[in-house]
Design a protein around this ligand. Structure first.
Ligand code: ADP
Ligand code: MG
Ligand code: ZN
Length: 475
């Protein structure tokens, strides 16, 4: 039988705040000596009160906004009880029914060029547990990680292939880093995945029974676990069996998943509201404030630029560099023509900047002046050829193109009476060329056009010159 996978991911990212979620211990714990970043709060001494870390909360909300999530005004923390030696409080402080955000989505771009939206069910806040190390002499516990802040990002079961799973996970990492919610460095244990995967016969609507592979800590193991589970579950189904809903672990050496506990044995977390932490209230004003700190994501910029009329390649080139994007948007604000602005920016301006060994952020020419130059071209006040001729000087001295063109008299000659007079003069001076043209040599007219462009210092519109000449010569 041919099967299709259905996958939802739960992704944990360590929030990059200075201190832990509910105490003042440092959150910078990588490679630190065990149990050197702990206090009575994160190790759960009786009578200690946790206090919500504002930086961690704001960074969490920032990440949620970047995933397009709604931020309800009211949310709260809950206790999720379970007993394990690395969990000193006997419960994790997490969010159950009222998370800090919900209903977002992100777009992934596939190898074949198509895109797909993956729903984000929620992003919520929680704290991490400590870490156990098992040795021959016994198990050791390090509480440095206990109480460090996490965002958990739960997806809808929207992924169907390994490629989609991998792209979604990478995109989440990119977004968390871009907006500064998490460094999401997997080498440092700052990002982990739980893979929920079920199979269904191709064409069937209804989802199959899933297994959940916990704590995958690299993209590679995520992809390998997908392959392994796809194979394992297909074999069970082909053999007429049923997949058991269960939690499985990943063995990085053997590259297999192993059963940890089935649904029947699942822990009863006894969720209830955390009584020691007041509800989280996030007002519209706070959201606006947090939004101000979020840069527009490159993908959003690319989309916007394409809608403005840029080619996909140009849009990607500009959006990839935030300085270039800023310059482009400023110049476009003045010129009003996205395509021409990007052409001038990417070929003419960057050409000169690179020749000077500089980069866009130290461009001699202000974005406003590039915008003004393009505007003159768009309005037909100067032609492209003149614009190119004068660009070097404008660039080197950061000149205002409007003033420059005015002073040098380079504006396109709009007075057709004057232009006709010049055309007639040139015709009168060149009887030989006129004879050639009238004798059937169409191309001879070029000689006249050249002289007229010279006489007008290039300010005439060659198309108008051609039309006037043909009219005069047909008499
Ligand atoms: P739990 O609380 O047991 O972890 P959730 O309903 O919160 O269960 O789902 C956890 C993850 O599993 C989500 O990412 C969700 O999209 C995914 N999921 C739910 N049902 C399925 C299924 N049948 N196959 C694959 N993934 C699923
Ligand atoms: Mg789960
Ligand atoms: Zn502490």
């Amino acid at each position: 039988m041919e099967y299709e996978a259905v996958v939802g991911l739960e992704i944990h990212c360590r929030i990059s705040s200075k201190t832990k979620m509910f105490c003042r211990c440092s959150n910078d714990i990588f490679n630190e000596k065990p149990n050197t970043h702990i206090c009575p709060i994160c190790t759960g001494f009786p009578g200690m009160l946790p206090l919500m870390n504002k930086e961690a909360l704001e960074k969490g909300v920032r990440g949620a906004l970047a995933l397009g999530c709604n931020i309800p005004e009211y949310s709260k923390m809950d206790r999720k009880s379970y007993f394990y030696p690395d969990l000193p409080l006997g419960y994790q402080i997490s969010q159950y029914d009222l998370p800090v955000s919900e209903k977002g989505n992100i777009t992934i771009k596939k190898e074949d060029g198509t895109t797909k939206d993956i729903g984000v069910t929620r992003l919520h806040l929680e704290n991490d547990a400590g870490k156990l190390t098992h040795t021959a002499g016994g198990s050791l516990v390090d509480f440095n990680r206990a109480g460090t802040p996490l965002v958990e990002i739960v997806s809808e079961p929207d992924m169907r292939t390994r490629e989609e799973v991998s792209l979604y996970a990478r995109q989440i990492q990119k977004i968390m880093r871009y907006v500064g919610t998490s460094d999401a460095d997997m080498e440092k244990g700052q990002m982990r995945f739980d893979l929920n995967i079920s199979l269904r016969p191709k064409g069937q609507e209804e989802f199959g029974i899933r297994s959940e592979v916990k704590n995958l800590n690299s993209f590679r193991s995520l992809e390998k676990a997908f392959d392994y589970e796809f194979q394992r579950q297909s074999e069970i189904l082909d053999g007429g069996g049923k997949v058991v809903q269960e939690t499985r672990g990943w063995d990085d050496n053997k590259e297999i998943t192993t059963s940890q506990r089935s649904k029947e044995e699942a822990a009863d977390y006894r969720y209830f509201p955390e009584p020691d932490i007041p509800p989280i209230i996030i007002t519209k004003e706070m959201i606006e404030e947090i939004k101000k700190g979020i840069p527009e994501l490159p993908e959003a910029k690319v989309q916007k630029y394409i809608e403005m009329g840029l080619s996909e390649i140009d849009a990607n080139n500009i959006a990839a560099d935030s300085h270039l994007a800023e310059y482009f948007e400023k110049a476009f604000g003045i010129s009003g023509d996205a395509k021409k602005t990007s052409n001038w920016l990417l070929s003419e301006l960057l050409g000169l900047i690179k020749a000077d060994g500089l980069s866009i952020s130290d461009s001699k020419l202000a974005a406003e002046n590039l915008g003004k130059l393009v505007k003159l071209i768009v309005e037909g006040a100067i032609n492209g050829k003149i614009a190119k001729d004068i660009f070097g000087e404008i660039y080197s001295n950061n000149l205002d193109p409007e003033k420059y063109v005015e002073e040098k008299g380079l504006k396109v000659m709009e007075d057709t009476g004057e232009l006709e007079r010049i055309c007639q003069e040139v015709i009168d001076r060149n009887p030989a060329i006129v004879a050639d043209y009238k004798g059937g040599k169409e191309k001879a007219i070029g000689g006249l056009v050249g002289q007229i462009m010279g006489a007008t210092k290039g300010s005439a519109n060659p198309k108008s010159v051609n039309e006037i000449l043909r009219k005069l010569l047909s008499n």
